[in-house]
Design a protein around this ligand. Sequence first.
Ligand SMILES: C[S@@+](CC[C@H](N)C(=O)[O-])C[C@H]1O[C@@H](n2cnc3c(N)ncnc32)[C@H](O)[C@@H]1O
Length: 181
Amino acid sequence: MIPDNEFIRMEGVPITKEEIRAVSIGKLRLSKDDVVVDIGCGSGGMSVEIARRCKFTYAIDVNDKAIETTTKNLKKFGVENCKVIKGNAKEILNDIDFNKAFIGGTKDIEGIIKILNKKEINHIVANTIVLENTVKIISLLEKYNYNVEVVNVSISYGKKISVGHMMMAKNPITIITGKKG
Ligand SMILES: C[S@@+](CC[C@H](N)C(=O)[O-])C[C@H]1O[C@@H](n2cnc3c(N)ncnc32)[C@H](O)[C@@H]1O
């Protein structure tokens, strides 16, 4: 994994932390034949890591700054097998071919999961912070007969204080995996 501080960051939108990227990448079980879409690519933290491990990646975001930052990070890390597309994933997914999806953004999630199911995408991994989004994604995946695994990851970073290291907790992230077949 690339350390967090090596990425160019987009103001106001946190990059997926190195440890969360590691678990999420593990859950995607990537192979060199996979074509993966990163829905809500933000700064491109996941797009870069995914593209380095598969055949091709589509990085989609509605936000101009996200598109700009992801493009810069792809260039910085020498990633050439990733196309960055601006827009709402709901309007774009029907026009591209891929076999796995990573979900990092949840706007219009009902429509997005409906399309993923219709396109027979049998391996989906989502990261959520907000409880309501976690519940919504689990329910939607179950509605479309995906087998769902839910993992909650809590990370604490050691901070040096006078008497030793104090562990400072970050907010937990839920990693939801939906699979069929
Ligand atoms: C938490 S950030 C993702 C962080 C990213 N994984 C990273 O490491 O930099 C979520 C992003 O999803 C985008 N987003 C949310 N819903 C979306 C949608 N339906 N289509 C495209 N982008 C979306 C937001 O604009 C935001 O940039």
